[in-house]
Design a protein around this ligand. Structure first.
Ligand code: NMX
Ligand code: MLT
Length: 434
C-alpha cells in the first residue's frame, strides 16, 4: 500500500507542470476585474487566491476536493457503529483528493498517534496565563510556544532546498495536527474542570480520543468527528485560512501560521460567532423564562438586536447566498438525536424568523444561516456549556484544511503574498472626483 507521503509526492509531481504551464503560457490572461466597491469592501469576491483543496459555490456551498458535504459523510470510512467519518480520513481526502480505504486511514492514524505527545513546557505556558484568559488565546499561545519544534525552521537553517519545503511542512503539519486535540482538551479540563486532566487513549481515533479527553460520553465522539469535518475547510479566502496562508507565504512555519489562523478565527464576525450565537440564544431563553416562544416574541427580539446596531450571529455570509450546507448537516443531526432540545427549538424558530427580517431590513446580502447558528446548540446539549470554548473546536477543525493548504502552497512554490494598496486620493483621481 502506498503511504500517504508517497502518494502525496506522486500527486505533487503530477500537479507541478500544470501550474508551470498556466504561468508560462497564460500568465498574462485577465480572469477578473476589480471595482472600487471591492477594494473598499474587504476584497469581496476578487479572484486572487488559488487552492485545490476545497471550492465554495455561493448557491451550493462547500465541496471538499469536488465532493459535497453529504457525499464526504457517505463515502469516507467510519469507525464501527457511528455515523460520522474518521477525522484522519478527512485530512487524507483534503490532502490527496482521494477517498482513503480503512487501511490507509489506519496508517495515518498511526502517524498521528506517534506524534501526539505534547511537550510539558506547552502546558506550563498555558498554566502561566491568567485563568480568565480566553481559551482561544490559550490555544494560539500554545501553538506558538511549540514553534521551537519546527522541522521546517530547523531544516531551513541548515540550508534545505526549495524542493524539500513541502516535505518539512508536511512533517510540521502532522506534528501539530496530532497535538491540537490534546491541547484543546487540556485547555478545557484545566480551565473549567479544576485541572482534572484525562490522559489520551492511544487505541481511539482522533474524534473518539478527543471526546474521551474532554470527559464527555457517547455520542460526543461522533459530534467531534462531525464538528472537525464540517469546520475543516471553506476555500482559501475566509479570514482564518487566509491568515494562515499569508503568514506561511513568508516561509514562516506551520506553527506560526496556525497561530495566525487561530487569531483570525477569534473574531466575532468569523469563528467566534458560534459562541455569540449561543450567547444570543441563552439571552432569548432567559428573557422568555425558558418558554417555547411565539414567533412574534422572537421577531421582536431580532428587531431589537438589529435596531441596537448589532448583527444576528450565525446569519449572513461573505460568499454563500443560501443556507450553509454545514448548517443543514448539523440540523439533521439535531433532528435525529435531540429533537426535543429546547435550545434547538429556538434555533429552528430563528431559522424561520430571521431570514425574512434580514431581507426586510435590506442590508445583509445573505439572510440565511451559516454553520455557527447551529454548532453551539449541539455542544450545549452534550454538556459542553462553557461557550467561550466553542471556537477552540472550530480551530482544531480548521487547522486540518489550512494545514493541507500549507503543504500544497510549499509544494507548488506559491510566493510571498504582496497585493498592492492604493490611496483614497488615487481612487478619487481615477474616477474624476478630485
Ligand atoms: N445581522 C445583521 N446585519 C448583518 C448580518 C447579520 N447577520 N449579516 C450582514 N449584515 C449587515 C452587515 O453588517 C453590513 O452592514 P453595514 O452595511 O451597516 O456595514 C451589511 O449587512 C452588508 O453585509 P454583507 O455584505 O451581507 O456581509 P459581509 O460579507 O460584509 O459580512 C458576515 C459577512 C458573515 C461577517 C456578516 O454576515 C455577519 O456579520 N454575520 C453575523 C456574524 C456571523 O455569523 N459570522 C460567522 C460567519 C461564518 N464564520 O464562521 O465565519
Ligand atoms: C468559514 O468557514 O471560514 C466561514 O464560513 C467564513 C467564510 O467562508 O468566509
Amino acid at each position: 500500500m502506498e503511504r500517504l507521503k508517497e502518494k502525496l509526492k506522486r500527486k505533487i509531481d503530477e500537479h507541478r507542470p500544470r501550474v508551470v504551464r498556466l504561468l508560462k503560457e497564460h500568465g498574462d490572461k485577465v480572469i477578473d476585474e476589480i471595482t472600487i466597491g471591492q477594494v473598499i469592501g474587504g476584497m469581496r469576491g476578487i479572484k486572487s487566491l488559488i487552492t485545490d483543496v476545497s471550492y465554495l459555490d455561493p448557491e451550493e456551498g462547500i465541496r471538499f476536493r469536488g465532493y459535497t458535504l453529504p457525499e464526504v459523510i457517505d463515502l469516507l470510512p467510519k469507525p464501527e457503529s457511528v455515523e460520522m467519518p474518521y477525522v484522519e480520513g478527512v485530512f487524507y481526502l483534503l490532502l490527496t483528493g482521494e477517498i482513503p480505504t480503512k487501511a490507509e486511514i489506519e496508517l495515518v492514524a498511526g502517524e498521528f498517534n506517534k506524534r501526539k505527545q505534547v511537550p510539558d513546557y506547552v502546558f506550563d505556558v498555558i498554566r502561566a496565563l491568567d485563568k480568565e484568559t480566553h481559551p482561544m488565546t490559550m490555544m494560539s499561545t500554545a501553538i506558538l510556544a511549540m514553534q521551537k519544534e519546527s522541522i521546517f525552521y530547523e531544516r531551513y537553517e541548515e540550508g534545505m532546498s526549495k524542493e524539500e519545503y513541502w516535505d518539512a511542512t508536511y512533517e510540521d503539519a502532522l506534528n501539530v495536527l496530532s497535538k491540537l486535540p490534546e491541547i484543546g482538551a487540556f485547555i478545557y479540563r484545566y480551565k473549567y474542570k479544576n485541572g482534572d486532566i484525562i490522559p489520551s487513549d492511544p487505541k481511539l481515533d482522533m474524534g473518539g480520543n478527543f471526546a474521551h479527553m474532554m470527559g464527555i460520553e457517547k455520542p460526543y465522539d461522533d459530534v467531534s468527528r462531525m464538528h472537525f469535518l464540517i469546520h475543516s475547510d471553506h476555500e482559501s479566502g475566509n479570514a482564518s485560512a487566509h491568515a494562515g496562508h499569508l503568514t506561511s507565504s513568508t516561509l514562516s512555519d506551520v506553527y506560526y501560521s496556525l497561530s495566525s489562523m487561530t487569531n483570525a478565527l477569534a473574531g466575532p464576525l468569523h469563528g467566534l460567532a458560534n459562541q455569540e450565537s449561543l450567547r444570543f440564544l441563552r439571552h432569548v431563553k432567559d428573557e422568555l423564562n425558558g418558554e417555547i416562544p411565539s414567533e412574534e416574541m422572537i421577531k421582536k427580539f431580532v428587531w431589537d438586536t438589529l435596531n441596537s446596531g448589532q448583527v444576528i450571529p450565525g446569519f449572513g455570509h461573505a460568499v454563500l447566498r443560501k443556507t450553509d450546507p454545514r448548517y443543514s448537516v448539523q440540523r439533521e443531526f439535531c433532528q435525529s438525536h435531540m429533537p426535543d432540545d429546547l435550545l434547538f427549538k429556538y434555533v429552528d424558530m430563528l431559522y424561520k424568523v430571521v431570514p425574512p427580517i434580514l431581507q426586510e431590513q435590506g442590508k445583509a446580502k445573505n439572510p440565511w444561516p451559516n454553520l455557527d447558528a447551529q454548532s453551539g446548540v449541539i455542544q450545549w446539549h452534550y454538556g459542553l456549556r462553557e461557550f467561550d470554548f466553542y471556537t477552540v473546536l472550530f480551530a482544531i477543525g480548521r487547522a486540518i484544511g489550512v494545514s493541507a493548504n500549507l503543504i500544497w502552497d510549499r509544494a507548488l512554490g506559491y510566493p510571498i503574498e504582496r497585493p498592492k494598496s492604493v490611496t483614497t486620493d488615487t481612487l478619487e483621481e481615477m474616477v474624476g472626483i478630485k
